[in-house]
Design a protein around this ligand. Structure first.
Ligand SMILES: Nc1ncnc2c1ncn2[C@@H]1O[C@H](COP(=O)(O)OP(=O)(O)OP(=O)(O)O)[C@@H](O)[C@H]1O
Ligand SMILES: [Mg+2]
Length: 488
C-alpha cells in the first residue's frame, strides 16, 4: 500500500514563511521530514560538532556499526538565503564526515548531494513542489530502512575485507589457527557442517537433587562456553522455578505466555506440540543458544503429567527427532527426585553432576549416583555418569578442598558401577564469585561471557566475569574431550 504524504508535506511546509529563520527550518521542516522518512530523534544528532564545525543534523548509523560514516548530513539555511552560495559548506561537512548523502535546504529549495571519493556532487535540486511530487522516490533514497540496509552491506563488505586481511596474516605467520581463533563463527560453521553429517546430539541432564548447588548457573555458562567452541546447543528448562529461562533473559509470563507462545508444559503434555513450537533462539554477541523455556505451572501439573500417556518417554521421543540439529542438549531439572526428573533422565544419554565442595552437597552425591545407576539399569540405552564438576569453589580454603575431594573419591569407589567416575580437574572448577550470581540475575539474564558488553559493570567486575568464564571454557573443553570419542 502506498501512503500519500502530500497533505503531511503541505502542512509541514505551511509552518514556515519567507521571513522564518534557520531554526524554524530545522524544527518545523527538517525534523518532521526526517520523521516521515522513518527516523526517530535518537537516529540523528542535532548541532553535531565535527572538528571545528557545527553540523545542523547528522543522521547516524546504529551504534553497533560506528565508526561508519553518517548516512546523511543536513545543513539548514533561513528561507531568504540563496543555497547556491552555501554548497561549499555542505561539501565541507560531507568531506569531513565522509557522509554518503547531504541535504542542503532553506525549506523552499532542496539540494541533495552524493559523496563519491570525498568529492560531493549535487544529484537533485528540488523546489517544495518537486519535493512533494517526488517524495516516494526520495523516501526510497533517504528513509531509515535504506540507511540500515546500506550499513548492513557496508558492514558485510568490511567483514569480507577484514577476513581477507586475516587470511594474509595467517599466511604470513604460516599459522592457520590465527584465523580460527579470531573468526570464531567460521570455526563454528566449519565444525557445524562437518559434525552435522557425522553426529547426533548428546543429551545430558545436569543432575543433582540437592538444591542450590549451581546446576542452573553451570548449565547456562557451560552452554555458552560450548557454543563459543563451535558446538550447537539446545537448553531444556524442566524446572518449575524457571531459573534457566529467566537467567537467560526470558520472562515466562511476558515473553512466552502473554505472547501466546508455548513452553515445556505444552511440550510434555500436548502430543501435537513439537520441539520447534517451543524453542526460543537467543543471541549474545557471538553466542547463540536455543532454549525450551519453563513455566511455574509445571509445579502443579503432577496429575496431568501422570495421566499423560507414556510420559516418561515424551521428552525423549520429541528430542530424538531433532538430534541432528545440535551437538549437545543440556537439561536443567529441579532439585528433586520427582516426575520431571525421571522425564529428564529418561531422555538423557548421560548425566553431569555439579556439586559444591561442602559437606551436605558432597554427602548427597551418593544418592545422586545411585539414582543414575537405577535409571541406567532400568533401560536399554544406559545412562553414563560423565563425572562430578565443582561449582562455587572457595579458592581460599585449601584444607577443606582436600577433605572434600577425599570424601568424593571414597563415595565414587564405593560401588563397582561408579568406580570409573571422575572428579573433574581443578582447572574446570568454578570459583564462587558475586558476578557469577549477578549475571544470571533476572535484571541481567545473560551468560557470563556477555558481561564485557554490560555498560553498568565496573572494570573489576568485568575482570571477575572473565576469570569465571575462563573456568567454564575449561569445563566445556573437558566435557568435549570426554564425550567426543563416545559420540564418534
Ligand atoms: N560460581 C558462583 N559464584 C557465586 N554464586 C553462584 C555461583 N554459581 C551459582 N551461584 C548462585 O548460587 C545460587 C544457586 O545456584 P543455581 O540456581 O545455579 O543452583 P541450582 O542447583 O540450579 O539450584 P536449584 O536446585 O534451586 O535449581 C544462585 O543464587 C546462583 O546465582
Ligand atoms: Mg536450578
Amino acid at each position: 500500500m502506498t501512503v500519500d504524504y502530500s497533505s503531511s508535506l503541505q502542512s509541514i511546509f505551511s509552518a514556515i514563511a519567507l521571513h522564518s529563520n534557520e531554526s524554524d527550518v530545522e524544527k518545523k521542516v527538517i525534523a518532521p521530514i526526517l520523521q516521515l522518512f522513518g527516523y526517530d530523534s535518537c537516529d540523528w544528532e542535532a548541532q553535531a560538532i565535527v572538528g571545528k564545525s557545527k553540523l545542523d543534523f547528522l543522521v547516524l548509523p546504529p551504534s553497533s556499526v560506528i565508526p561508519y560514516a553518517p548516512y546523511l548530513v543536513i545543513e539548514a539555511k533561513a528561507p531568504n538565503k540563496n543555497l547556491n552560495r552555501n554548497v561549499w559548506q555542505i561539501n565541507d561537512y560531507m568531506r569531513k564526515t565522509a557522509a554518503f548523502l547531504g541535504l542542503l535546504t532553506n525549506g523552499y529549495e532542496f539540494c541533495i548531494l552524493y559523496n563519491y571519493e570525498q568529492k560531493p556532487k549535487v544529484i537533485l535540486d528540488y523546489t517544495q513542489d518537486d519535493f512533494i511530487k517526488n517524495f516516494s522516490l526520495l523516501n526510497k533514497l533517504l528513509c531509515k530502512q535504506t540507511c540500515l540496509s546500506i550499513y548492513k552491506s557496508s558492514y558485510q563488505n568490511e567483514l569480507n575485507f577484514r577476513s581477507k586481511f586475516l587470511e594474509k596474516i595467517s599466511k604470513l605467520f604460516n599459522d592457520k589457527d590465527i584465523e580460527k581463533q579470531v573468526i570464531n563463527a567460521t570455526a563454528k560453521n566449519e565444525s557445524s557442517t562437518q559434525e552435522k553429517k557425522e553426529q547426533q546430539a548428546m543429551i545430558i541432564t545436569i543432575f543433582n537433587n540437592k538444591g542450590g548447588v549451581g546446576k542452573t548457573t553451570t548449565t547456562i555458562n557451560l552452554a555458552a562456553a560450548l557454543n563459543k567452541l563451535g558446538k550447537r546447543i539446545l537448553l531444556v528448562d524442566i524446572d518449575a522455578q524457571a531459573n534457566l529461562t529467566t537467567g537467560l533473559g526470558i520472562d515466562p509470563l511476558e515473553d512466552i505466555e502473554e505472547q501466546g507462545k508455548k513452553d515445556i508444559t505444552h511440550l510434555l503434555t500436548n502430543p501435537r506440540v513439537q520441539l520447534e513450537d517451543v524453542v526460543i533462539r537467543k543471541q549474545w554477541d557471538d553466542v547463540e543458544l536455543d532454549i525450551v523455556p519453563s513455566h511455574i505451572r509445571l509445579s502443579y501439573m503432577d496429575n496431568e503429567l501422570s495421566n499423560t500417556l507414556d510420559i516418561d518417554r515424551v521428552l525423549d521421543k520429541k528430542l530424538k527427532k531433532h538430534l541432528g540439529q545440535y551437538n549437545y542438549v543440556l537439561i536443567d531439572p529441579p532439585p528433586s527426585f520427582g516426575k520431571v526428573n525421571t522425564i529428564a533422565l529418561m531422555a538423557s544419554s548421560a548425566v553431569f553432576i555439579p556439586t559444591q565442595l561442602t559437606p551436605y552437597p558432597v554427602r548427597a552425591l551418593e544418592y545422586v549416583m545411585n539414582r543414575a545407576i537405577a535409571v541406567d539399569q532400568s533401560r536399554d540405552e544406559g545412562l553414563q555418569i560423565l563425572g562430578v564438576a565443582v561449582s562455587m569453589y572457595d579458592r581460599a580454603s585449601r584444607k577443606n578442598t582436600t577433605n572434600m575431594t577425599q570424601k568424593i573419591s571414597e563415595i565414587i569407589a564405593k560401588k563397582p558401577e561408579t568406580k570409573d567416575v571422575k572428579l573433574f580437574p581443578p582447572n574446570t572448577w568454578i570459583p564462587r564469585l558475586t558476578i557469577v550470581a549477578n549475571a544470571a540475575d533476572d535484571s541481567k539474564g545473560y551468560p557470563l561471557c556477555y558481561a564485557e558488553f554490560d555498560k553498568t559493570l565496573k572494570a573489576n567486575e568485568k575482570e571477575a566475569a572473565q576469570d569465571a568464564f575462563n573456568c567454564y571454557m575449561e569445563l566445556a573443553k573437558h566435557l568435549i574431550s570426554i564425550t567426543t570419542t563416545k559420540m564418534e
